[in-house]
Ligand binder design. Structure first.
Ligand SMILES: Cc1ncc(C[n+]2csc(CCOP(=O)(O)OP(=O)(O)O)c2C)c(N)n1
Ligand code: SF4
Length: 280
């Protein structure tokens, strides 16, 4: 039996990487690259688009095509790439700050368009790269460098947002549940339309240190305890659900993606049918 390693997608000499000991980003990257390999993704047909942040540094290590964009705007660049060349595998890597806080508007509209991309959002509940500030996913009451007395805001559910705005595929995993993660990535990458995998990932350096989990291992145990597979989670009562979150595939549908709808309109025009002649 052979196991995918995904190492063919890593640049020579890229180790050691820049992530802190105990950071979950490396585990997510390893599983993403194993998923690429098992799906047979060719480097020249794959574009990894990143924003800014610790997770956004990932493109530095890859041999695929890569585009390092501005903070919060990765999905806008990725949308342009996919709309221009629908044959490419476009994978967008963003942190929770990048993807759904500063970049929240792009996230909503990428899902609404159902553009055929895979977004992998690493949720470590804070802005890791810039010193552990509070983000849109920091849970209420939790401590960060900008909420030293506890967060007065409520956390955003990234998966619920993607689901209601129209994504074809939505899943949540954690870096503790590493094998499941690779399978979720494979499903998302193989799905037509907007697909999201939220990966809950430890940032011991900031989020952990501020919330009594200084060590990476403590954070992994915390993920083990808090993450509940969807089937089991659905059977919990509301009070029990308060203290945990669901993992697994949460949404799976087959609505037409942006490029399909665009091509249908274009084909109609090419056949001579102006859509609304009265208004032209
Ligand atoms: C427009 C803009 N605003 C702010 C920044 C500063 N900045 C860079 S990375 C970052 C936070 C990244 O956090 P997140 O996206 O959660 O990723 P992580 O570092 O936790 O992986 C911020 C605020 C920036 N580069 N550009
Ligand atoms: S600051 Fe946090 S997110 Fe960034 S590399 Fe360190 S542990 Fe990871």
């Amino acid at each position: 039996m052979t196991f995918a390693t995904g190492t063919g997608y890593l640049k020579d000499g890229c180790l050691p990487h820049m992530w802190c000991p105990g950071c979950g980003h490396g585990i997510a990257l390893g599983n993403m690259l194993r998923a690429f390999e098992e799906l047979g993704f060719k480097k020249n047909e794959t574009v990894v688009v990143t924003g800014i942040g610790c997770w956004g540094k990932t493109d530095d290590y890859l041999t695929t095509n890569a585009l390092h964009t501005t903070h919060g705007r990765a999905l806008a660049f990725a949308t342009g790439i996919k709309a221009f060349n629908p044959k490419l595998n476009v994978v967008v890597l963003m942190g929770d700050g990048d993807g759904v806080t500063i970049g929240g508007n792009h996230f909503i509209h990428a899902a609404r368009r159902n553009i055929d991309l895979t977004a992998i959002v690493l949720n470590n509940y804070n802005y890791g790269m810039t010193g552990g500030q509070c983000s849109g996913t920091t849970p209420g009451g939790k401590y960060t460098s900008t909420t030293v007395y506890g967060n007065p805001e409520r956390e955003m559910d990234i998966c619920a947002l993607a689901g209601v705005t129209g994504a074809n595929y939505v899943a949540r995993g954690t870096v503790y549940h590493s094998f499941d993660l690779k399978e979720l990535f494979k499903e998302a990458l193989g799905k037509k339309g907007f697909s999201l995998v939220e990966v809950v990932s430890p940032c011991p350096t900031h989020y952990g240190r501020n919330n009594n989990m200084k060590k990476g291992l403590q954070m992994l145990n915390w993920l083990k305890e808090k993450a509940v597979h969807k089937e089991k989670f659905d059977r919990l009562n509301p009070a029990e659900k308060e203290d945990c979150f669901s993992i697994g595939k949460l949404v799976d549908r087959d609505e037409p993606d942006f490029n399909t709808r665009y091509e249908q309109i274009r084909a109609g025009i090419m056949e001579g049918g102006a859509a609304n002649e009265e208004k032209i």
